[in-house]
Ligand binder design. Structure first.
Ligand code: PLP
Length: 395
């Protein structure tokens, strides 16, 4: 191809514009298993950026289960779920997941997806159409935003945590079908959505409540079942999405809801139907992961993580930067400018620590931030170390 083609020139200008706005993203290559101590591009770093909240991504029993699953089921599924790719491993995982929600959902069933992104697209495009009104929380994850767009529904964005506005919107809506859509734990802020009040509104106004618990499943609730257990919610209106690549340490996601909702997703969820089923070995390993999450080991890991969060909040003292009031493992520090945030992350890296610099469009303009995520795999000393280093940078 001609290197001077106008098409290429246009694209290169777009990339150059990212550079001038300090918005060009780069990838670093990790050379060791997911853990607090990482080899990254040849350098040892202490990492505070994974979503591996319980440290299960490198758990020996789960790694062994992938091997066992591959020996039992082979490397790949070979087809989509509705053709011949739905294996015993997928079926067992879905039964196990559905059982976690007996207390929260009526006639619970679960459906395993290859990714949370795909699960959200399936829920929104299958459950909503042009005669549906969707009320979407302002800080929702990109996958929910994309699902809402693809659904062709009438969309209203309600301001972050503003239930009065939401209620006014629900009152005014004439739509035959209504969906309220929210993250449970906001991925860039760490706050927990007021789900009991949201659910009460949904029941009053006859709306489904779609909850994305990507950062709650495995972490919240006494037994790690997630945000529905945390708030002891129960309703037939709930449509729950949990991911399995974060606290569960493997990959994929699931939707849990009334059996009729799940049956509809099997019939109409395009991102479920038109894709090759994930490797059965992953579903097999996830059975081990769920056993760990819901057993004593999971309870001990959650307790340790809660202690680390308290230790962090006691140790961090920023002056100009703003620590957000989060009680979860997501602990952002808002710096504001893109370059200032990149500089802070670079200074931390100089001192052997890896923290994500989050910039627009992932967060609103002028709210670029360090996103520190804590994991049960961290030690108390490591938490004190990162807090002291950040305190010093902002002194
Ligand atoms: C990570 C994430 C997803 C996507 O899940 P994947 O399994 O990584 O595709 C969806 N919603 C939220 C809030 C997330 O943080």
């Amino acid at each position: 191809m001609n290197p001077d083609s106008p098409l290429l020139q246009q694209l290169q200008q777009q990339l150059a514009r990212l550079d001038t706005q300090q918005l060009r993203r780069t990838r670093r290559t990790t050379e060791s298993p997911c853990a607090p101590q990482l080899q990254v591009d040849g350098k040892a770093l202490l990492a505070f950026c994974s979503n591996d909240y319980l440290g299960l991504a490198s758990h020996p029993r789960i790694v062994e289960s992938i091997r066992e699953g591959a020996l039992m089921y082979g490397a790949g599924s070979g087809a989509s779920h509705l053709i011949s790719g739905h294996s015993r491993a997928h079926a067992l995982l879905e039964e196990r997941l559905a059982g976690l929600f007996d207390a929260n959902l009526v006639d619970a069933r679960a459906l395993y997806f290859s990714t949370g992104y795909m699960a959200n697209l399936a829920v929104l495009t299958a459950m909503a159409d042009k005669d549906t009104a969707i009320f979407s929380e302002a800080l929702n994850h990109a996958s929910l935003i994309d699902g809402v767009k693809l659904s062709r529904a009438q969309v209203t964005i309600y301001p972050h945590q503003d239930l009065h506005q939401l209620e006014a919107m629900l009152t005014a809506s004439q739509a035959a079908k209504k969906l309220v859509v929210t993250d449970s734990v906001f991925s860039m802020d760490g706050e927990i959505a007021p789900l009991p009040a949201l659910l009460a509104l949904c029941e009053r106004y006859g709306a489904w409540l779609v909850v994305d618990d990507a950062h709650g499943f495995g972490v919240l609730g006494e037994q790690g079942h997630g945000v529905l257990e945390h708030f002891a919610l129960r309703s037939p209106n709930l449509i729950y999405m949990g991911t399995l690549g974060k606290a569960a340490g493997v990959s994929g996601a699931f939707v849990a809801a009334h059996a009729s909702v799940i049956e509809w997703l099997v019939q109409r969820g395009r991102t479920y139907i038109y894709t090759t089923a994930a490797a059965p070995a992953l579903a097999h390993a996830l059975l081990t992961s769920i056993d760990i999450i819901t057993g004593c080991e999971g309870a001990a890991l959650r307790l340790h993580l809660r202690q680390l969060i308290m230790q962090w909040r006691a140790a961090i003292h920023t002056r100009h930067w703003k620590l957000l009031p989060s009680t979860t493992a997501i602990q952002p520090i808002v710096i504001g400018g893109n370059q200032a945030t990149l500089d802070a992350a670079a200074a931390l890296r100089e001192q052997g620590m890896w923290v994500a610099a989050i910039r627009p469009p992932t967060v609103p303009a002028d709210t670029a931030r360090l996103r520190i995520t804590l994991s049960a795999a961290h030690t108390g000393e490591q938490i004190v170390q990162i807090a002291a280093t950040i305190n010093q940078l902002d002194s």
